[in-house]
Design a protein around this ligand. Structure first.
Ligand code: F6R
Length: 241
């Protein structure tokens, strides 16, 4: 595991953007796995900046987001589709047809999960998967006591995740309780993984991810077995290492 400790959230974001841009520079048709949440917001801003400065071209990039809430569509400003449009897609030249995010409004969620996994396979698999880290050690919406062998599937969100995500909604009662998420197996099959963590409230999960036992109760711990993982942490997130 390659661990990079940045002095600040800003430095972490610059390094993460450069990492992703290098991937796209080396392979213009890269398949990127993308994440939402607070952590990558500034990474996406730096990617947009580099695009505007003509330093990267997303024309041939294919993207697959990790997850989406069930029941929220792209017009809902809390959906992950909306988040991605706001923070990245509408600001760079990615081709609309190359954007993939699970459809939280699908009539048949089971079918949507199977087709999402097939679309990833048909694209040739994920070259670089970007991840955030939940305070409870989740990656994507793979909550504690996850099945490591799971592929894209429907998940019930953990109480801690609902509470953590309530900051984006009027109240915790408005946070959807179900989502579609890539599974741990989907994530583990990516060629490269880049995980970002910032702030003191992630320090325990980072410590368990790096130094703890590999256990379904800390889903991110499975990354110890991945062949090409980079963590970019700020000093607070790395403070217990
Ligand atoms: C987002 C996702 C989640 C977040 C995690 C951390 O697509 O899958 O696993 O990465 O909850 O969220 P933040 O960055 O808001 O702390």
């Amino acid at each position: 595991m390659n661990i990079i400790i940045a002095k600040s959230y800003d430095e972490l974001s610059r390094k993460a953007a450069n990492f992703i841009i290098s991937q796209v520079t080396l392979k213009s048709s890269s398949v990127l796995g993308l994440a939402t949440g607070s952590t990558p917001i500034s990474t996406y801003s730096y990617m947009v900046k580099k695009f505007k400065e003509d330093e990267v071209n997303f024309e041939d990039v294919i993207s697959f987001n990790l997850d989406e809430y069930i029941g929220l569509g792209k017009e809902n400003n809390q959906s992950y589709r909306y988040f991605m449009e706001e923070n990245l897609f509408s600001k760079v030249n990615i081709n609309e047809n190359n954007i993939n995010i699970p459809n939280g409004l699908a009539d048949d969620i089971e079918k949507e999960c199977i087709s999402y996994e097939e679309r990833i396979k048909n694209a040739g698999g994920i070259d670089l998967q970007l991840l955030g880290l939940g305070r409870n050690g989740h990656i994507g919406f793979n909550e504690p006591n996850v099945k490591f062998e799971a592929i894209t599937h429907k998940v019930e969100l953990d109480e801690d995740t609902i509470e953590a995500n309530a900051r984006f909604f009027e109240s915790a009662a408005d946070v959807p309780t179900e989502a579609i998420s890539m599974g741990i197996k989907t994530i583990m099959m990516s060629c490269k993984v880049l995980l970002l963590a910032s702030g003191k409230n992630k320090a325990e999960a980072v410590k368990a991810l790096v130094k703890g036992p590999i256990t379904p109760s800390l889903p991110a711990s499975i990354l110890q077995l991945h062949r090409d993982v980079t963590l970019i942490l700020d000093e607070e997130a790395a403070s217990l290492l």
